[in-house]
Design a protein. Structure first.
Length: 389
């Protein structure tokens, strides 16, 4: 069976889940702290060496320039991360910085006319594995792949340059303290870097899989309440930053207890799965829909005002009402309806609790008003004599 390369490429280059993207921030901060600490330590080395007798001045200047540049770049990266400057490209840029700092250290040996150290280093080269491995803290497979390919490309360029400008196996270099040069060894190193990249991608993929297991409702395959709450906080924060509208909808299946009592809980479960399938197909990829408990669902719609959301929910209500639900033990189908309450940011509230409370109150307005309807305003709805289910 041939592998589906298009599907693999799409999977590798898909955006991370927003909840993992939030976790990426803490990972980026951790890496920034480690990078800055190492930069401070490395900066001390040339200053200490400058007091030692017999040190080559050229070597001292190259080392000082390299460590100073590393410290400045590390300090800048730390400054931006701690100031919550965290655009989507920052993970790519900081990962590229980590890889390039290792490459710059190896290239410095070429400047010092020590090509064997550059191509056969047993200390600096391992920095590539740290740079590639740390990408897994960013929870983005795209960053892992980019950093891995960049490391392979930069190291290959260093080796190719050294091999073309020096006769690396010339007897004058004997006794070859760093070993003789051989392309077989260098190709092995490049392959090991590729393996490190694959491992980091696998770690991120595993984290995504565990997140799905922990956040998906077993019955409906929709997100569970914990995930919806986390995602709501993320989307609301984004709406605050960019001044964009956001609407949340609370949905409840009408008379679901009566449905269960009449047709059985197995039929009720099948009805919930049917409704969930319609919700997944109907909503945008940027929307978040989850089961909030029992027969209640929540939909988060970023960049959507109340009027647009109400129109969308009305179409969804009609779609579900016209969707037949077959009964397993009977040769007939039934239909269910839902009621919904909507609340919009910033008109109806500025925080998560206030918006959910408003949406919930309007859901009960829809119930009191006769069910099978969407309420998106505080206008009173004529009360229904029957009790609210």
């Amino acid at each position: 069976m041939k592998p589906d390369w298009k599907k693999i490429r799409t999977s590798l280059w898909s955006r991370p889940d927003p909840v993992l993207a939030a976790a990426r921030k803490s990972g980026e901060l951790l890496i920034a702290k480690i990078r800055l600490s190492l930069a401070v330590f490395l900066l001390l080395i040339p200053f200490v060496d400058s007091f030692l007798p017999g040190l080559d001045r050229k070597e001292s200047l190259v080392g000082l320039s390299l460590t100073t540049g590393t410290f400045v770049l590390s300090a800048c990266a730390y400054f931006f991360v701690t100031r919550e400057f965290n655009p989507s490209w920052l993970s790519f840029a900081s990962s590229a910085l980590d890889v390039t700092l290792v490459s710059a250290s190896l290239a410095a040996f070429l400047v010092l006319n020590e090509p064997h150290t550059a191509v056969n280093s047993k200390v600096v080269f391992e920095g590539y594995f740290l740079a590639i491995g740390s990408t897994s803290f960013r929870y983005d497979q795209r960053v892992c792949v980019t950093a891995g390919l960049l490391a392979i490309g930069e190291y290959f360029a260093i080796v190719a340059y050294a091999a073309s400008h020096w006769d690396l196996n010339n007897p004058s270099y004997a006794p070859f303290p760093y070993g003789m040069f051989g392309w077989a060894n260098e190709i092995s190193r490049l392959m090991l870097m590729g393996v490190a990249c694959v491992i980091s991608v696998a770690i991120v993929s595993r984290a995504q899989h565990l997140l799905r297991l922990a956040t998906v409702d077993a019955l409906t395959s929709l997100f569970n309440r914990g995930y919806v709450d986390d995602r709501f906080a993320i989307e609301l924060s984004r709406a605050h930053r960019h001044g964009q509208p956001l609407t949340v909808a609370m949905i409840d299946v009408d008379r679901f207890k009566l449905f269960n009592d009449t047709h059985g809980h197995a039929a009720g479960d099948f009805a919930l799965r049917t409704i969930s399938a319609v919700l997944r197909q109907f909503l945008r990829q940027s929307d978040t829909v989850g089961r909030y408990g029992g027969e209640e669902f929540v939909i988060i719609m970023p960049e959507t005002d109340l009027a647009t959301a109400q129109h969308k929910l009305d179409i969804l209500r009609q779609t579900i009402a016209s969707t037949p639900i077959p009964l397993r033990d009977q040769k007939r189908t039934v239909n269910v309806t839902f009621s919904a309450g909507l609340a919009g940011f910033p008109r109806d509230g500025m925080d998560q609790a206030e918006l959910l409370a408003t949406a919930d109150e309007r859901l009960f307005q829809a119930k009191r008003g006769g069910r099978n309807r969407v309420v998106a305003s505080p206008d009173p709805v004529p009360a229904e004599p029957a009790s609210v289910a």
